[in-house]
Design a protein around this ligand. Structure first.
Ligand SMILES: Nc1ncnc2c1ncn2[C@@H]1O[C@H](COP(=O)(O)OP(=O)(O)O)[C@@H](O)[C@H]1O
Ligand SMILES: [Mg+2]
Length: 322
């Protein structure tokens, strides 16, 4: 047996340096398992005090759609990582699709988590959004793919997209690259949800320049509050300089734990600071969401009756009504 000190010694080392630490062939994936059965909790009525601490507002039933398009583009944005942007893109998208809306999810993060969350292996893709952006002969329709959800499509990305951020800097009209890319398909969809990367760099500015609205997931943690002021500042600059129609569609409180005083205090502060723009729907912290990533499908399919699925359906109703 070779001890760690012996590795690399001798003519034929038993293990090359670093072996056994990180090996590309090691499969680290978890086996998906069935969703647990959850207890049904009745929906709250209008006027009852909701999780934000305010009375729930009336939300109209979503009207049926007869003709699809032109799509409303929503950028799901927060420069902090791990706040629920990707989870919200997938599950809001799936819930909008349940309401008969045609939805395109745009993975605009080189990490490709949105693609992974829908069961796609991003490193195995020949073409991604990067090719559409950077190569004139690749059309957006060549790269859009189906998902496990009917009426919901995906424009995938992978690590290639990180190069675009640098390559775009020297382009004319660099902030409007995404909207140019999406224009040919806007009439085919009712909603385009752009899952942004955790930064306020050029890719995110592209998403804001393309969007009609911004949806800001905000983790119910003290440190999340500080970053939102900077984000709102950026949104205002983009509105003034690049995209006058840009609005804040809503702020979504995520990772809420009703049992902790801290979560409740942060929530009260968020509502006090941002008022009506905060959605009445709140997403609780639950392990069901990480589990859906392993399953590669939205919670609305994986655990359709779970509290998480119901929350994203309620969010979809609020989004349609706004
Ligand atoms: N409401 C939630 N409760 C618990 N875990 C969550 C929740 N929403 C998302 N997660 C998990 O937290 C991690 C980060 O979420 P993600 O949506 O990828 O955030 P972002 O896109 O903002 O980085 C993921 O592992 C995800 O499964
Ligand atoms: Mg993400």
């Amino acid at each position: 047996m070779s001890s760690p000190e012996q590795v690399g010694e001798g003519k034929h080392p038993a293990r090359p340096p670093g072996a056994g630490v990180r090996k590309a062939s090691v499969d680290l994936s978890l086996a998906p398992h069935a969703a647990p059965v959850e207890e049904e909790v009745p929906d709250q009525a209008v006027g009852e005090i909701g999780p934000t601490g305010r009375p729930l507002r009336f939300v109209a039933d979503p009207p049926e759609v007869v003709h699809h398009g032109p799509a409303k583009i929503l950028a799901i944005c927060n420069q902090k990582g791990g706040v629920g942007k990707t989870t919200s893109a997938i599950n809001l998208g799936a819930s909008l699709a349940e309401h008969g809306r045609r939805v395109l999810l745009v993975d605009f993060d080189p990490q490709g988590a949105l693609s992974v969350g829908l069961g796609v292996h991003p490193h195995q893709l020949d073409q991604t959004i990067y090719n559409v952006i950077m190569e004139r002969d690749v059309g957006v329709q060549d790269v859009i793919m189906g998902t496990p959800v009917e009426n919901m499509h995906l424009l995938p990305s992978n690590i290639d997209l990180s190069a675009a951020e640098i390559q775009l800097v020297s382009e004319v009209g660099r902030e409007h690259t995404l909207v140019r890319t999406l224009r040919p398909v806007l009439d085919l969809y009712d909603y385009v949800l752009v899952d942004c990367q955790p930064s306020l760099g050029l890719l995110t500015v592209n998403a804001l320049a393309a969007a009609d609205g911004v949806l800001i997931p905000l983790e119910c943690e003290f440190f999340s509050l500080r970053g939102v002021a900077l984000l709102i500042d950026t949104i205002e600059k983009v509105r003034e300089r690049l995209n006058p129609k840009l609005e804040i569609t809503g702020i979504l409180a995520t990772m809420y734990d009703p049992r902790t005083l801290h979560s409740r205090e942060v929530m009260a502060r968020v509502v006090e600071a941002f008022g009506d723009v905060v959605f009445d729907t709140v997403i609780n912290r639950t392990v069901r969401f990480p589990e859906t990533t392993v399953a590669g499908e939205p919670i609305t399919r994986w655990a359709p009756r779970s509290a998480g699925a119901r929350a994203y359906r309620a969010l979809a109703r609020e989004v349609i009504a706004r």
